[in-house]
Write a protein that binds this ligand. Structure first.
Ligand SMILES: Cc1cc2nc3c(=O)[nH]c(=O)nc-3n(C[C@H](O)[C@H](O)[C@H](O)COP(=O)(O)OP(=O)(O)OC[C@H]3O[C@@H](n4cnc5c(N)ncnc54)[C@H](O)[C@@H]3O)c2cc1C
Ligand code: FES
Length: 350
């Protein structure tokens, strides 16, 4: 492999690369496994999936490392140069993440395993979503309701990958519990940033490719207490989880924590409250960084509310979603309470 960036994978000269992008390449799974083709610029994971070769995966965008395989031979290009799952050692060990890698030649790869059926927890399908409804929920925060062109099975808490103009890929958590072909996404716009700006430019009737489901966030069965923790747009995943729990109506202890910067940004709070109050043993805590004068809930960060109100159950499960600083602070907080990582399920939005 040649070097594309210090910790990155290889890329040949610009000219060779451009030539190669006009070609369909084959990928052979070693030892002696199936082979499949990859369209120009397509990632290896998606190409395999299209042709019934299911390589291991989880997040679908480059953060979890589940899809790492050994590159036995061939040249590749990493599609997301700063993918969190890629580190220095991968270059030395010729390890690639197939969800964010495209071939520049025919390849031989060696995964830890390969399946001919989709995994039951992530039966990924490629769909087209037609935007049915646009709802402004708060400042620069919208709920986009899509009708998919076919069925999609997902578990509340999981996310989709949308393809925007120019092939730009972005992840968004489904904000509703599974509801036939209807999928809601809650999107925050970051000024000048390409993905969220493109999502905000969508109008009712517009269509875009949506691939789903990905991720590891879903309610684990059992009777153990559940703690839901959302920061900002992390409410999308947590709202779906709360809606699911309300539908199941189990007598399970559920505590929700939801933080935002200001009251107008605490979107879907009343819907979350409604789901939680339907539960026999549900409680919720809202927290604002900049509360209005009459605010009766907690102030500060989500971790401040956790410090005041969280009672740790030894067997409890914790589900958290939101921006990286909030997720990292919460993981540190839970670690300080000796909560095992196997009981923490999280999506770091970036
Ligand atoms: C699992 C997950 C769930 C998310 N759910 C939501 C949600 O429900 N609501 C919401 O508003 N935001 C969500 N996000 C964040 C969202 O995906 C975008 O990062 C966000 O909209 C900002 O994108 P941007 O292009 O405007 O900004 P930018 O700052 O340009 O986006 C950078 C981010 O985009 C992502 N990214 C970059 N390239 C790729 C790629 N090729 N494939 C996939 N991702 C890439 C990375 O996370 C990166 O940090 C989620 C992120 C993840 C990882
Ligand atoms: S890093 Fe590829 S599936 Fe998560």
């Amino acid at each position: 492999m040649s070097s594309q960036r210090p910790a990155g994978l290889n890329i040949r000269s610009q000219r060779q690369s451009a030539d190669q992008h006009r070609t369909v390449f084959s990928v052979q799974v070693a030892p002696g496994g199936q082979s499949f083709t990859v369209e120009p610029g397509e990632n290896i994971l998606a190409a395999g999936r299209r042709q019934g070769v299911w390589l291991p995966f989880e997040c679908g965008w480059g953060s979890c490392s589940t899809c790492k395989v050994t590159l036995v031979s061939g040249e590749v290009k990493l599609l997301l140069p700063d993918a969190p799952a890629v580190d220095e050692r991968d270059q030395r060990r010729r390890r690639i993440i197939v969800c964010q890698t495209t071939p520049l030649s025919d390849l031989v790869i060696r995964p830890v395993r390969v399946d001919t059926e989709p995994p039951s927890e992530r039966p990924v399908v490629d769909r087209t979503g037609r935007l049915r409804k646009v709802e402004d929920l708060g400042p620069d925060i919208r709920r986009l309701g899509f009708d998919l062109d076919g069925p999609a099975r997902y578990r509340s808490g999981q996310h989709a990958v949308v393809t925007l103009d120019g092939g730009l890929l972005r992840c968004y958590s489904m904000a509703n519990a599974p509801n036939g072909p209807q999928v809601d996404l809650v999107v925050k716009r970051y000024a000048g940033r390409p993905g969220s700006t493109a999502m905000f430019a969508l109008e009712e009737g517009d269509c875009l490719p949506i691939t789903l489901p990905f991720g590891d966030m879903w309610i684990r069965d059992g009777t153990a207490p559940i703690v839901l923790i959302a920061g900002g747009t992390g409410i999308s995943a947590v709202h779906a989880l709360a809606a699911e729990l309300a539908t199941r109506r189990q007598d399970r202890e559920v505590t929700a924590f939801y933080g935002a910067r200001s009251l107008p940004e605490l979107v879907l709070a009343s819907e979350l409250e409604a789901h939680i109050t339907r539960l026999g043993r549900g409680r919720y805590h809202f927290v604002l960084e900049h509360p209005p004068p009459q605010w009766t809930h907690a102030s500060g960060y989500v971790t401040d509310a956790l410090a005041r109100h969280l009672s740790v159950a030894p067997d409890g499960h914790y589900y958290l979603a939101g921006p990286p600083p909030m997720v990292d602070a919460t993981l540190d907080f839970l670690k300080g309470l000796d909560v095992g990582r196997d009981r923490i399920h999280y999506d770091r939005f970036g």
